[in-house]
Design a protein around this ligand. Structure first.
Ligand code: NAI
Length: 334
């Protein structure tokens, strides 16, 4: 039996988490969940949006499934999600974007993975005013963080039986910081002769991704470019309601949908659970339950292709709960 931490989250979190749990159960995977509270709900009930039990539990189980969290205004945290990534040193953000047949989108057959460095770059949060009329943000790129994220991208490429890694940068302008990232990427690439390697300048990459997205496979990049291009890739496959994200470190991993807590839909049985279910699929793959992950992914693709028992944003008329029930039935037939 697996052990994992569960954070149901705020807003639509509890409803979409329930849908993901139903899918996991239908696929026959037994997980002993350790449930903890975080976010707005935790602030109201426990007085802090990130109680120490959350970190303790994830450190213990090594893996967590998390619904979206509302970041309470004025709590002292810029974002609970950022705090979680920092505390657990979840340095790799993995964002796969894959077309579900049947989704209305400009593109078909997209299958891209962004590997985003999660700890430094302009997100280190080192900013200050220079006098009253200028502000400075410091972009930090280190050899250590670059090396481990690029190595993560290559190891992932091998284990996912993918073919190519593209390093994305702006080393032509930021010769020292992005230059260090690119130099490090090239060096690490030499250790993986079986994987094709290339690099692209980020602006060119943005254009190429909307013109010829099929040319790319796994892309690895510093934090800011990863933030932007991973959303671009989500847009290529029909939006944030469908794509999951994983935050992975050497000792723990946290799986979540990419979208937020959508407070206006909370408790209305209207939220699309697909991204949360895909987060569970990623998690199952990570804990070695690849067959179950495949079953859920295929069943969800079939449900979406059929287009009837899905939520309104996917073109259907079904509630979150009913979509989850229909999916569970399909999973059992896989
Ligand atoms: P959001 O992703 O919650 O909502 C953006 C738009 O998409 C809204 O119109 C929303 O109703 C819709 N939407 C999102 N998920 C949906 C779903 N599953 N089904 C149907 N419609 C969906 O982003 P927003 O409004 O900027 O943020 C709301 C809260 O979520 C904020 O407190 C923010 O801090 C938090 N947030 C949390 C994240 C996380 O926990 N990883 C990520 C992004 C935002």
């Amino acid at each position: 039996m697996h052990k994992a931490t569960l954070i149901r989250g705020d807003g639509i979190g509890p409803e979409i988490t329930e849908a993901a749990l139903m899918a996991i159960e239908a696929a026959g995977v037994k997980i002993n969940w350790e449930e903890v509270r975080a976010g707005e709900g935790a602030l109201e009930e426990l007085g802090t949006p990130l109680p120490s039990e959350v970190i303790e539990s994830i450190n213990k189980t090594g893996v967590a499934l998390k619904g979206p969290l509302t970041t309470p205004i004025g709590s002292g945290f810029r974002s609970i999600n950022v705090a979680l990534r920092k505390e657990l040193d979840l340095y790799a953000n993995l964002r796969p974007s894959k077309t579900f047949p049947g989704i209305r989108s400009l593109f078909t057959d997209i299958d891209l993975v962004v590997v985003r460095e999660n700890t430094e770059d302009l997100y280190a949060g080192i900013e200050h005013m220079v006098g009253e009329d200028a502000a400075e943000s410091i972009k930090i790129i280190t050899r250590r963080a670059s090396e481990r994220i690029v190595r993560f991208a290559f190891d992932y490429t091998l284990s996912a039986k993918r073919k190519k890694v593209t390093a994305v940068h702006k080393a032509n302008i930021m010769k020292l910081s992005d230059g260090l990232f690119l130099e490090t990427a090239r060096k690490v690439a030499e250790e993986y002769p079986q994987v094709e390697f290339e690099d692209r300048i980020v602006d060119n990459m943005a254009m190429q991704l909307v013109q010829k997205p099929w040319q790319y496979d796994v892309m690895v990049m510093p934090n800011l470019y990863g933030d932007i291009l991973s959303d671009l890739c989500a847009g290529l496959v029909g939006g944030l309601g469908l794509v999951p994200g994983a935050n992975i470190g050497d000792h723990a991993a946290l799986f979540e949908p990419v979208h937020g807590s959508a407070p206006k839909y909370a408790g209305q049985n209207r939220a699309n659970p697909a991204a949360m279910i895909m987060a569970a699929v990623l998690m199952l793959g990570y804990i070695g339950e690849k067959d179950a992950a495949g079953k859920i992914e295929r069943a969800l693709a079939n449900l979406i292709r059929e287009g009837k028992k899905v939520t309104a944003d996917l073109g259907g008329k079904t509630g979150t709960r009913e979509m989850a029930e229909a999916l569970a039935e399909l999973i059992k037939q896989e």
